[in-house]
Design a protein around this ligand. Structure first.
Ligand code: FMN
Length: 176
């Protein structure tokens, strides 16, 4: 069962908890994939409720979002389970079925083609209405050094930059 929520009743929880790890779920060509996100923003632009997720261009999730620009954000009540965190936060769906491996239960979406996740039941259904791939030269120097080189002698900019995907939040609910 799904119980509708006002997404902005959860904006403090979103901001306080996102660094503990939420799931970002995508689907294209019949394949569903979830990855852990630690960064995200909710707010308003163009008069619409928006959730922005930041996905490195190297992720399999990035490829799926390019193919089908819809996603769900799946927020656990407390924290993601240890196995879910490990599997979805370090392995790539390019090589495996992470949903199966992490024992996640899919719940069909209502307004998007991407499912929700029962184990992380606070759900935002989002449609991408804008995207922007960040430019390595435009990062402040400390950010560029910390996040876009690997600290082991690789040149700056050798780690993939992030694309900000702006999802209009078209539906929000709690799976009961
Ligand atoms: C706590 C945590 C937060 C993360 N946050 C992000 C994020 O916001 N953006 C991102 O691109 N990768 C992030 N990652 C890394 C991805 O979850 C990881 O690379 C994942 O294996 C990508 O899966 P995919 O290749 O199936 O898309 C995070 C990982 C962890 C453990």
């Amino acid at each position: 069962m799904k119980e509708k929520i006002d997404v902005f009743d959860y904006s403090v929880k979103f901001t306080k908890d996102v660094m503990k790890g939420f799931l970002l779920t995508t689907k294209a060509n019949g394949k569903v994939n979830s990855m852990v996100i630690g960064w995200g923003t909710i707010g308003i632009q163009w008069g619409k409720p928006i959730c922005i997720v930041y996905v490195r261009t190297s992720r399999y999730t990035h490829k799926l979002l390019e193919e089908n620009p819809e996603f769900t954000v799946n927020i656990p009540i407390d924290r993601l389970g240890e196995d879910v965190f490990r599997i979805c936060g370090s392995l790539s769906g390019k090589d495996m079925d992470k949903i199966k491996e992490a024992n996640l239960t899919l719940v069909e979406g209502e307004c998007v083609s991407v499912p929700a996740i029962k184990e992380a039941p606070i759900t935002l259904e989002c449609k991408v209405i804008y995207k922007q791939t960040q430019v390595v030269e435009d990062y402040a120097e400390d950010i560029r050094k910390k996040y876009y080189c690997n600290g082991e002698g690789k040149a700056e900019g050798q780690q993939a930059v992030h694309t900000a995907f702006y999802g209009e939040i078209v539906n929000a609910y709690m799976i009961k």
